[in-house]
Design a protein around this ligand. Structure first.
Ligand code: SF4
Length: 321
């Protein structure tokens, strides 16, 4: 199995104590089996502390019990991880050592990326000044050869990246992405959406505001932001192209190939286009940068299956009915 990463992947380094929004605050971290075994046997005072701070989450998985202000009990006053300080990165459980990286597998191919939910990763992704590209970083055992459909989807994804790179306007870029994806869905599944253009009318604006404000709040400040939201700021104009090329490349990279298993080719692209609109909206009402707005949207949607499902349902209704 070959492993590929975006060209900016190696630029990522956690900024630790200078991060405004440590990922070690507010998240219940599930501990994988191998790490749990290691923690249960770990000697000395740190071992005692580890065992005293492991609890069971509502879904029955083992996790660290969050402390005051929902902080990981091993996060020190400088927002640095005491486990790393004491024993290096190998002390981390799987989720902590991977975050904010993600992996997607299909056939004999594994793709890894960094997620927009991390403010430093978002700055790298959105500030990348070259066309999106991938390179191979290694191979490992396992995986079956790519199916003909997976190979074709990879070709279509390359077309989408090309359309992004060659776009001269935001509207032209999103139109091309939706058109290519609709054609691909028709070719590979026989289905096609009832419409392929992004709506820009007041009925759409009302529905989009209603959807965004109905998402389960994941971040502190999300509800406050939603209070400022109104249908009149939902139809943004004249977006600066460069940052949105990076943003749409990220969504196409992270989600498009998932359609190999569910056949929802067009909806994967529609998710990226809608996310770009939502990020633009957050930016306009919060005054934050594009990268910080993308980070906020990512935390609200990419790690909540419930919120992601609500968005897919909304997009299905928008484009297929
Ligand atoms: S959000 Fe990113 S930069 Fe901040 S602590 Fe987590 S991994 Fe590091």
């Amino acid at each position: 199995m070959d492993i590929y990463v975006p060209d900016y992947y190696e630029n990522f380094r956690c900024i630790g104590g200078t991060c405004h929004d440590s990922c070690c605050i507010g998240w219940e971290i599930d501990i994988d089996k191998a790490s749990l075994e290691k923690y249960m046997k770990f000697p000395g005072a740190l071992g005692d502390e580890l065992r005293a701070n492991i609890t069971r989450s509502e879904d029955g998985s083992d996790c660290f019990a969050l402390g005051e202000n929902d902080r990981c009990p091993f996060l020190n006053e400088n927002n640095l991880c005491r486990l790393i300080i004491a024993g290096g990165e190998e002390m981390l459980c799987e989720i902590c050592s991977l975050h904010p990286r993600f992996r997607e597998w299909f056939g004999d191919r594994c793709e890894m990326g960094i997620g927009l939910c991390c403010e430093e990763a978002a700055r790298i992704i959105i500030g990348y000044d070259k066309p999106f590209g991938l390179h191979k970083i290694g191979s490992e055992e396992g995986g079956e050869a790519l199916s003909p459909a997976e190979k074709r989807l990879l070709e279509i994804r390359a077309e989408l990246f090309k359309a992004i790179n060659e776009a001269e306007s935001y509207a032209g870029m999103t139109e091309a992405l939706l058109r290519i994806s609709a054609q691909a869905e028709s070719e590979l599944t026989g289905n096609s959406p009832a419409r392929i253009t992004f709506p820009r009318d007041s009925a759409y604006a009302e529905k989009a505001v209603s959807l965004i404000t109905s998402l389960e709040p994941i971040n502190a400040g999300w509800e406050h932001l939603c209070q400022k939201l109104s249908p009149i700021n939902i139809i943004p104009e004249n977006k600066a192209l460069a940052g949105y090329k990076d943003l749409l490349s990220y969504y196409i990279f992270r989600y498009f190939m998932r359609s190999a298993s569910d056949g929802e080719i067009f909806l994967k692209t529609a998710l990226g286009v809608f996310s770009a609109e939502a990020v633009s909206l957050i930016m306009s009402i919060s005054g934050q940068s594009l990268a910080d707005s993308a980070c906020l949207w990512s935390k609200e949607t990419e790690y909540s299956l419930e919120n992601l499902e609500l968005i897919y349902d909304f997009l299905y209704e928008l484009y297929y009915t």
